[in-house]
Design a binder for this molecule. Structure first.
Ligand code: UFG
Length: 341
């Protein structure tokens, strides 16, 4: 590959790790990000950052016209499942509107390959485990619905215009860049692993465990935590497939961990106790979400390098210890700084 790569939302959590992977391979990268949830400092030196809304033609058109592009990776989206239930129409309008306009522009500018950041939230409450690509699409949230609509739009864009696409359905993205340059920095943070780490570091009083009566071995929900660098790697591995056809892939570690097992992993890796409070179930949660990634492994040779939960937690812990306020402040010198984060 010698061409240029466009990453929308490349200042966000998963997008910034893909940008790092592209740069490591010596590839030319342009990021479009309005920095509404992404961070300028998450775009590593070497990538070009165009600050603006990808839905704005005055931002997108000059970038696409400055091709040719080898591939467009589309991450820019609203992505908080709970918010999408309070404001479903805003989520659908923004995610579907932006995505469809981007796909339309890619067709017009003859971009050959498109990779969509999709989600396990497509599957709602699955009847079959592990969840493979044949599982029924039945989103339980407007966020999941918005991604389902973009997957459908891409199927039409291939059929009618030959735009080859890969839809990558991430399960629970977790962990941080092994070199410590990038990590998870959401505001507010809602994801389990960073919250448990903050409780271990004394930056929050406790972790609330949402439900103790789920039909699992210890009564807490099971999720499939997959390292963000492994997700980034998958984006590169699917590109050769797109020379021939479009594809959809589920992306997880293939191993489920309960909430209590994640808390134990954080305690093991950090050497600190995590104060735990049992709480009610969170509306919209499913008991178990575990991926079958057999298809992407078979077709691209992808294999998670961070398969063990302790390795995933260790990278997340290193990032959070060194960056108590995410990207907002210079790297912390101390790790026991209460009140930040
Ligand atoms: N959890 C707690 N306490 C917390 C936070 C989470 O017990 O304070 C539990 C949740 O109930 C769930 C598990 O930890 O069982 C993981 O929760 P996250 O919020 O970290 O992740 P989700 O599985 O809810 O959501 C993730 C992504 C979404 C994506 C979804 C697909 O964050 O973007 O997977 O199913 F849509």
């Amino acid at each position: 590959m010698t061409g240029r790569f466009l990453v929308t939302g490349g200042a966000g959590y998963v997008g910034s790790h893909l940008v790092a992977a592209l740069l490591e391979r010596g590839l030319s990268v342009t990021v479009i990000d309005d920095l509404s949830t992404g961070h300028r400092a998450a775009v590593l030196p070497g990538a070009r950052l165009v600050e603006g809304d990808v839905a704005d033609p005055s931002v997108l058109e000059p970038v696409l016209a400055d091709g040719p592009w080898e591939a467009v990776f589309h991450f820019a989206a609203l992505s908080v499942v709970g918010d999408s239930m309070r404001e479903p129409v805003r989520y659908l309008s923004s995610n579907v509107g932006t995505g469809v306009r981007l796909i339309e522009a890619c067709v017009r500018h003859r971009v050959p390959r498109f990779v969509l950041s999709s989600t396990a939230a497509l599957f709602g409450m699955p009847d079959c485990l592990p969840i493979d690509e044949e599982a029924r699409i039945d989103p339980a949230s407007a966020y999941g619905e918005s991604k389902a609509m973009l997957e459908r739009t891409l199927a039409w864009a291939d059929q009618a215009h030959g735009l080859r696409s890969a839809c990558l359905r991430y399960f629970n993205a977790a962990g941080a860049d092994a070199e410590g340059r990038l990590g998870e920095a959401h505001d507010p943070e809602t994801h389990l692993i960073p919250l448990v780490i903050d409780a271990a570091l004394g930056r929050r009083p406790e972790i609330a465990v949402f439900g103790r009566d789920w039909p699992t071995q210890d009564g807490t929900c099971i999720r499939d935590y997959v390292h963000v660098a492994d997700l980034a790697d998958a984006h590169l591995r699917v590109l050769p497939v797109l020379d021939h056809r479009s594809a959809v892939y589920n992306l997880g570690n293939g191993q489920g961990h309960t909430v209590l097992e994640v808390i134990e992993a954080v305690q093991r890796v950090s050497g600190r106790q995590v104060p735990v409070r049992m709480a009610d179930r969170r509306p919209g949660d499913a008991a178990v979400l575990v991926a079958s990634s057999a298809r992407i492994m078979r077709e691209t040779g992808w294999k998670p390098r961070f398969a063990a939960i302790d390795d995933i937690v260790a990278t997340a812990l290193a990032w959070r210890e060194a960056h108590p306020a995410g990207y907002r402040l210079p790297t912390a010198r101390r790790t026991d700084h209460p009140g930040l984060g």
